[in-house]
Ligand binder design. Sequence first.
Ligand SMILES: Cc1cc2nc3c(=O)[nH]c(=O)nc-3n(C[C@H](O)[C@H](O)[C@H](O)COP(=O)(O)OP(=O)(O)OC[C@H]3O[C@@H](n4cnc5c(N)ncnc54)[C@H](O)[C@@H]3O)c2cc1C
Length: 379
Amino acid sequence: MSGKPMKILVVGGGPAGLFFSIIAKRALPTATVHLREQNPQGVTYGWGVAFTESAADTLRPAAPDVIDALTTNTRHDRMVISLDGVDVPVQVGRSHLNARWSLLAILEKFALAAGVHITHDCDTVVTEDNMADWDLVIGADGVHSRTRERFANHFQPSVELGDNWLAWYGTPKPYPPSIILRNSEYGVLMVHASRFSAEMSNFTVEVGQETFDRLGFAGMSEDESRERCEQLFANSLDGAPLRSDHSPWFQTKFVSCARWTHQNLVLIGDALHTVHPSIGSGTRFAMRDAVYLTQALVGAEWDVEVGLKEFERVRKPVADAFQAAAKRSIAWYEGLPSRTITHPTKFALEYLMRTGRVSYRDFRRENREVVLGYERDLR
Ligand SMILES: Cc1cc2nc3c(=O)[nH]c(=O)nc-3n(C[C@H](O)[C@H](O)[C@H](O)COP(=O)(O)OP(=O)(O)OC[C@H]3O[C@@H](n4cnc5c(N)ncnc54)[C@H](O)[C@@H]3O)c2cc1C
């Protein structure tokens, strides 16, 4: 590292960009770290995001105070898997939930305290010319990253569109973490719901293409779709409304990049690679990139070229394994519309084992009564 203070530009104030800014500035207090976010302060997309306890434990050593602040809100140890109105409650690892806007506000508070300069309302375009003004440029601009697309020839991204359609709503009904599946005359309807604050729960509706077409969602406004979903899930919602916060239908993008860096530019978080909402780990995945990147730079004594190479070398195999688990989850969800599922416990078992990270033995140990009931049914 030269004698001059290092200048770092971070594009995007999501979990990846903010967490990187905090831990990098703490690791190298002489650096100037500028983070630019296109949205005004307090404006973001989505509702609540979950962190498992194990995700929090892996992130905690990098910034214990930050992770403690993110794990004091809503927590759950059980979830409910529901098939056509029959609920199977199961014991799962603990998870912590925060409204996405409060998660970002917490991260931003720590970033400012660390001395990071944050500019909102600042749509930032990275070019080869302006990259030269910085020692290090971090593209943390999310799944639709324009930084990735601008240098697509170099990063060689692969972006696969999911088959299913999702709409991310909120509702005041307090749901435990739930997977709700309904076999309807239109096909299979799925919901991921979970309380993330004293007032609100997530309510993400997921349907296959045929169901999407049969229900005519493509021709509906956001409000019409929301009202239709309220009707379709009226039995579960018990009269509670669905709320939208820019909640259009979307197909998930599964992103990976052949190359992770270009000169002094590196991508992290969803800009670089995604998982899938169904495994609820995108935030942790993005923040882990920030940890690996900072560790690699510290190890390289802030030699950017060496540090970026090391980041890719160490992080890639771990990230690839996690993406492979996400792919198994996506395949399971996308396979649901073409299947007939009739046994609630079998559905619960399949759901929990879908990524290959939970075995039948693990599930049986944690949920003895549920499994014994299922095994009796099979006899
Ligand atoms: C329906 C749904 C449910 C989810 N549930 C969960 C969950 O329960 N748990 C979980 O861990 N994850 C969940 N996720 C995933 C999670 O939201 C993302 O993986 C995570 O936010 C990625 O963080 P990031 O910082 O990489 O990107 P983002 O959070 O998308 O942040 C990128 C930021 O960059 C800004 N930006 C973009 N372009 C520019 C530009 N040109 N200039 C300046 N700023 C720019 C954007 O405004 C944004 O603030 C869910 C996602 C969806 C869609």
